[in-house]
Design a protein around this ligand. Structure first.
Ligand SMILES: Cc1cc2nc3c(=O)[nH]c(=O)nc-3n(C[C@H](O)[C@H](O)[C@H](O)COP(=O)(O)O)c2cc1C
Length: 204
């Protein structure tokens, strides 16, 4: 089977069904007028180490409204990525409806905001990892109703709960991060294995 996105209306479902599992950036922002916002995004990854850089693709408009997260990131240039764990995945899901701008999703989901160190956006207390981020640039993808903003941002500082660290390394079995699969499916991250990368030795 070959699928051409130009003639397949549901290509989004196929694409997000095969690019799996995707990490989830649970993004907290604050608007210029002080409204808090929290929403999940799984077009997300770490894309460079120096400077530490993350990328998140956010549709500019949901079917019924603009997405507050992108608007807040563009106006304040700051945000926090909170890692989604097993304990907060259902709360995360509650924040993903298209609430009006003035709705505070921390309250909807019964979650707690805490001040950040370097950015105006709050961090999520219930997440064991918070990345305080500063916007580098927004790259526009697509146009009109299907436009997305690819947000590139530098990680300024990371908060990690000591409880998930073993021998100075984050222990994935303690972090219990959730991955996103296609549609409404999710995955756990506690089934891992070791594969040591080979070295290429030149003989001359
Ligand atoms: C697990 C999950 C991942 C999501 N990933 C994205 C994404 O990568 N990009 C996007 O534009 N919307 C994504 N959404 C939808 C947004 O979370 C949703 O549109 C939300 O209402 C946006 O909130 P806001 O208007 O407060 O920014 C995702 C939803 C869920 C549940």
């Amino acid at each position: 089977m070959i699928i051409d996105p130009k003639s397949n209306e549901n290509f989004y479902y196929t694409l997000t069904g095969v690019v799996i599992p995707r990490p989830i950036a649970f993004i907290s922002t604050i608007s210029l007028s002080g409204e808090l916002n929290l929403a999940p995004f799984s077009f997300f990854n770490a894309v460079s180490s120096n400077p530490p850089t993350v990328a998140i693709s956010i549709a500019r408009n949901a079917p019924s409204k603009r997405k507050d997260t992108l608007a807040n990131i563009e106006s304040t240039k700051e945000f926090v990525i909170n890692i989604v764990t097993e304990d907060i995945v259902e709360a995360m899901n509650l924040t993903a409806a298209e609430y009006p701008t003035e709705v505070n999703e921390f309250e909807i989901a019964g979650l707690t905001s805490a001040p950040s160190e370097l950015v105006s956006a709050p961090r999520l207390l219930e997440s064991p990892v918070n990345l305080e981020c500063k916007l580098t640039q927004v790259v526009s993808i697509g146009k009109d109703q299907t436009e997305s903003g690819l947000v590139l941002a530098e990680v300024l500082i990371m908060h990690i709960d000591d409880k998930i660290v073993t021998n100075n390394r984050v222990d994935p079995k303690k972090l219990k991060a959730i991955g996103r699969l296609g549609g409404s499916e999710y995955s756990h991250t506690d089934r891992s294995f070791t594969l040591v990368r080979p070295n290429y030795e030149t003989t001359s």
